[in-house]
Design a protein around this ligand. Sequence first.
Ligand SMILES: [Fe+2]
Ligand SMILES: [Fe+2]
Length: 147
Amino acid sequence: MKITEALLAEHLVFHNLFDHIEVTAPRLKTLAEIKSLAALMESMLKAHSDTEDELFIGPLEHCFEQIGQRDAFLVEHQEIDDNLKRVQEAKRASQACQLLLAAVTYSRKHFDKEERIVFPMAERFLNSKTLAALGQTWMEQRTRMTV
Ligand SMILES: [Fe+2]
Ligand SMILES: [Fe+2]
């Protein structure tokens, strides 16, 4: 499997998670419930963003620099993580909910940018052997995480 296919498949799971959070979070009554939803999103997203940082930035460094997006890519991952950490500091359920929904909106924009710009760029600039080798590394990383 190509790395772009693997990451896109993960995106589909996140789109479902984001839909679920947007519907459920406003209905949750307690601060603890909202925080636990945010913690789930945080840990799932962290693994995804780390993979992109590790496997994508290196081979695509030139391309990212050409379109002026190298730092933006890393900064956005950090921003997503910070947004979700902020939910854990909230003192009221309504505030936590607002922060969580803002984090989801921000993440959606980031995902959209990757799907429109970054993944097609990877498919254009990396040959199929490299895409498959990175996909294999992704597979090994994910398998290791489950044992
Ligand atoms: Fe990302
Ligand atoms: Fe992504």
